[in-house]
Design a protein around this ligand. Structure first.
Ligand code: NYM
Ligand code: MG
Length: 220
């Protein structure tokens, strides 16, 4: 079935803790959208392929050390270096499904609890990036993540860190959070197919509304 002409693509972000199942769900969502005739591309952050992405990857593997503010700004730059390309794709009718975005960016950095690295500080350089049409938050308690086979050996993959990251995520999406209305929360503790069905129930509608022109302009 040929893809239908669309007014613009949608921009959907999938967020959550490490081991929440983001990559699996991004793939399933893309496959389903594609099967239903949408032009769709999967992207993700950090994008480890660029020179900055390689620096980030090396930091996460503890091969290089970096100041906490400096690595924060590299994660942010890694989004900015892709921002124009993303806007172009969306304008050309591609729906983007993005594995992590600036929400991870601000909460992982703020979870370090440095007096000089508040959530507000972390947010500043992210302001102006393309704003998603919907952010799916795969909610999994860190205890369940550990039972799933636990964490790998990259930086931040520690129980206490993940607990703080979750608290900060819940603050972003809870009442009073600046972008709380962007979020759609899914219980990620159930089976893969059930999680996929919940995501589809929301994202299918959003994508069709956006592509059909029944939605606002891409925000920032
Ligand atoms: N991470 C990810 C950040 O600290 N800041 C960011 O801006 C982004 C996008 O990188 N533990 C952290 C969260 C993860 C780690 O991501 C690697 P992934 O999706 O596990 O490969
Ligand atoms: Mg990870």
């Amino acid at each position: 079935e040929p893809a239908k002409p669309v007014s613009r693509g949608a921009f959907i972000v999938v967020e959550g803790l490490d081991r929440a199942g983001k990559s699996t769900q991004v793939k399933k969502l893309c496959d389903r959208l594609y099967a239903e005739g949408h032009n769709v591309k999967a992207i993700g952050f950090p994008d480890r392929t660029s020179p900055i992405g390689k620096m980030i990857s090396s930091y996460l593997k503890s091969q290089t050390e970096m100041d906490d503010h400096a690595i924060h700004l590299l994660f942010t730059t890694n989004r900015w270096e892709k921002a124009q390309w993303m806007k172009d794709q969306i304008a050309h009718g591609y729906t983007l499904i993005c594995d992590r975005y600036y929400y991870s960016g601000i909460v992982y950095s703020a979870a370090k609890q440095l007096p000089s690295l508040s959530l507000a500080w972390a947010r500043q350089p992210e302001v102006g990036l393309p704003r998603p049409d919907r952010v799916v938050f795969l909610d999994l308690d860190p205890e369940a993540a550990v039972k799933r086979g636990g964490y790998g050996d990259e930086k931040y993959e520690k129980r206490e860190m993940q607990e703080r990251v979750r608290e900060l995520f819940l603050g972003l999406l809870g009442r009073g959070g600046e972008e709380s209305s962007d979020f759609f929360v899914v219980d990620a503790s159930v089976g893969v197919e059930d999680v996929a069905a919940s995501i589809w129930g929301e994202v299918g509608k959003v994508v069709n509304a956006v592509e059909g022109g029944k939605w606002l302009e891409l925000g920032s």
